[in-house]
Design a binder for this molecule. Sequence first.
Ligand code: IVH
Length: 696
Amino acid sequence: MTAGGSGLSPAQRLDDLRSEIADHNHRYYVLDDPIVSDAEYDRLMVELQALEQAHPDLITPDSPTQRVGAQPLSAFSSVRHAVPMLSLGNAFASEDIDAFNKRVAETLRGAGLAGADGLVEYEAELKFDGLAVSLRYEQGALVRAATRGDGRTGEDITSNIRTLRSVPLKLRGDYPDVLEVRGEVLMNRRDFDRLNEAQQKRGDKIFVNPRNAAAGSLRQLDPRITATRPLRFYAYGWGELRIVRDGQVELFRQEGGESGLPRDTHAGMLDWLAELGLPVSPHRQIVRGVEGLLGFYDDKGTHRAQLPFDIDGVVYKVNSLQAQGVLGFVARAPRFAIAHKFPAQEETTRLMDIEVQVGRTGAITPVARLQPVFVGGVTVTNATLHNEDEVRRKDVRIGDTVIVRRAGDVIPEIVGPVLDLRPDDARQFVMPTHCPVCGSAIERPEDEAISRCTGGLFCAAQRKQSLRHAAGRKALDIEGLGEKLIDQLVDSGRVKSLADLFTLKAEELLLLERMGRKSAENLVEALARARNPELERLLYALGIRHVGETTARDLAQHFGSVEAVMAADEEALLQVHDVGPVVAGSISRFFAESHNREVVAELAAAGVHARVEQRQPTGAQRLAGKTLVLTGTMPAWTRDEATRHILAAGGKVSGSVSRKTAYVVAGEEAGSKLAKAQELGVPVLDEAGLKQLLGM
Ligand code: IVH
């Protein structure tokens, strides 16, 4: 009997399928270099399942179909770690790292282990923000997995860990007789977002961060639930390691100095773990001395947002295992390693109040007033809550203790409340019915998320915001016209519109509080310089809803003057590249308002005349006849934006890579399309490369 017409016996075919699937897992999770699509992978799994169903006697415990097998547990049993799971000393300041390095160098010098130049060699790694686990392999097979617990005893989570595809059920190559692998279980941010979306749709619990989601997923008593959670594992160390050589049992207890280990450096050991088929992060580096350490820290600190998962710092480990042995341990942490933490990206603080802010177009934004909290390297006192629905969705109430997050240079956000700490008198936010600045009614159009003040330019808040917008760098770029000054000018009633700015005289500016002669003269000069802006900047400065920089540029190119744009009806506007009905409608409504037409006339009267720059034909045809494929997430552009730019340059965007593809643009977490491009030798660009191609 042969399996599926393959000419092989079922046992042989099963064997082939299992190792092929294990290979694909290995390529995907360990080498980060998949060669088949998800569909192809699924096809192999289906064939394996069918064949096993027909031959249940041939099912083996390490078969990929057996990852989710066990029935729900009633409780986790405890496991004593053969070798305790230690923790790391923490450092935040570079002085602490300097001191650490000096101590290490001193001890090694005393032991005659200093390098020629006296610099200590370290392996620097990421500090994964997940959960520590220990995986025990006996004769190459995964037999037990445990949480860290108190370091000596943890919980048995074997049936949950078996569901992680990045954890091999069987080691490859020349594995030792016993190996305890130590590492971290975590969830990629993107997978986390998707999980939360799905949880929300089902009305299930929303997780506050990936770490929390990973912890919750590992603590499930039903492994079938864990199996649906996108967890990953990265190895960073080892516990018990036993190798039988010539009938002699050699027992290595732990990182730290024994000779006879398979490799003599920490980096070498991690390479060895990778050879055994375990996922080891490629983001590690051998560095020397304190400068090497701090260089790694800065590099990872700057680029952490580009990693697919959260890290809370980096870890430095003396690379030589012999040197590790000499340094030994204090209490429950090694002397040869230290964690260098980034400033926390999440902190808790009290939500004192929720106030509303009025934007340029009247949008009312609820803003959280927070008890000042130091997070992500800055002190945060406010955070936007975006809109009414968002306040409801996050279920934050005035008086709550909330989690505040500031990741990288991203604006601070409120993750959610700490429900256990909610006081009895916590109050719900109520959207005001009238604008707190001008008293006009606040309206929220049906099927829109944003409430708006209906006061228009009658509202001082909207006026201030539109002046701020017009004075900004991307608009008229009026140097010296800051927020405070705009507030003064509007509050005093002197400036009611953009045109009023251009009639300001140094003498009257001098009458304003805290205004010196020099600043007044500088501002008047800056206003004079701003009288001759590029047309696109002037159009942008007008603050027409839906007219961003790009649309302003397209309008300028197309019409050549403000008057021509003003005269255009919707049909004429629709002729402009990339202008659709929404934008056209907004532009024509804007110029239908008499006060807006007046501002344009007054600007001309005040001597503001736009100039039209003759451009290279916007590279309109730079990508003519070329097909591009987009994959992964780009740092700044969305897929749609990138597509629009490519189409505008005469190119095409396709969903699949072939020999005809001109370029593949790959962002973070690019997958099989990137692999395909490399296979076919299609040039691969990142976002910056694409921009260059577009001449931007
Ligand atoms: S080594 C003997 N390396 O940090 C040293 N730990 O406080 C054992 N962690 O519980 C730890 N990334 O969960 C090490 N690259 C890394 C790590 C790492 C994250 C966690 C681990 C441990 C804690 C140490």
